[in-house]
Design a protein around this ligand. Structure first.
Ligand SMILES: Cc1cc2nc3c(=O)[nH]c(=O)nc-3n(C[C@H](O)[C@H](O)[C@H](O)COP(=O)(O)O)c2cc1C
Length: 251
């Protein structure tokens, strides 16, 4: 590999780019309206409300130190389904909204550069209590789900899209995080992309730790076929595309 190419790619990891960006020309500074906090959905879409935090009965306190000590990647899952409250807890832990600051800004359970939160969460649901199988999307503002679609032969398509890492399709639920980069670019222009990747780590780490509290396990997955994964969740691959996956199941 030529050193020049390596250095070029390494530079992406550095914050030197910031010095070259004229932040006075970002869309935010130009007065362009901020993009929506969450991707809009059709008004006639059925909303599946998730049990709210105040009503959880099956989610118990769990010692954070123990969660950090025992956390590890899990690639084998029990056949048992995931409970709806458990799924609700995992969604809240990874992208849940704690406070609305204004029309364009919300505080979530995870940090995000400039509080821009560029992610959408899709779920491939195979075995979750009271939810028919399919591809769903989490609505953090409503703490609810919408059914996106029910692809045929989804397990096979998921295997192909994840380079035959078959433990993923065997999981009762797979978190599929897309990014809508413009949410971050609106404020940070070309400095957006590096921090989008940093944001993703926080989301997945919260999933790892939250899984410990419900005797479940997960495994971060960054290796997949981009076009096939985008097709599976039905996103355009330009304004929104898949960034990261994490199958979840009881251990
Ligand atoms: C960014 C990232 C990408 C990963 N991608 C994959 C993957 O595609 N397939 C996989 O089986 N594990 C993947 N892993 C899991 C790692 O292999 C795992 O974290 C590592 O071996 C350390 O093991 P531990 O998580 O049990 O400590 C990924 C982990 C991270 C953080």
């Amino acid at each position: 590999m030529p050193l020049e190419t390596i250095n070029e790619y390494r530079n992406f990891l550095k914050d030197t780019l910031r010095k070259e960006i004229d932040f006075s020309t970002t869309d935010q500074r130009k007065g362009v309206s901020p993009p929506p906090i969450q991707k809009p959905y059709p008004p006639d879409k059925e909303i599946l409300e998730l049990p709210s935090k105040e009503d959880w009965k099956t989610i118990n306190e769990y010692d954070l130190v123990s969660a950090i000590v025992v956390r590890s990647s899990v690639r084998r899952y029990a056949v048992a389904p995931l409970g709806l409250e458990e799924l609700s807890f995992l969604l809240w832990a990874t992208q849940g909204i704690k406070k609305r600051i204004n029309k364009a800004t919300v505080k979530r359970t995870v940090p995000s550069a400039g509080c821009r939160h560029s992610f959408e969460t899709y779920l491939r649901i195979a075995n979750v209590e009271s939810l028919p199988a399919g591809v769903y999307r989490y609505l953090p503002l409503e703490h609810a789900l919408i059914l996106e679609h029910r692809p045929e032969n989804i397990a096979k398509k998921l295997d192909q899209a994840t380079l035959n890492q078959k433990f993923i399709s065997s999981a009762p639920v797979t978190f599929i995080w897309t990014t809508i980069p413009y949410r971050m670019e609106w404020r940070y222009s070309l400095a957006a992309h590096r921090v989008i990747l940093m944001d993703a780590g926080h989301v997945c780490q919260n999933l790892y730790l939250a899984c410990q509290a419900i005797q479940a396990g997960t495994c971060a997955v960054a290796a997949f076929d981009q076009e096939k994964m985008d097709a599976l969740v039905n996103v355009d691959g330009e304004e929104e595309f898949v960034l990261y996956l994490a199958p979840v199941g009881k251990v």
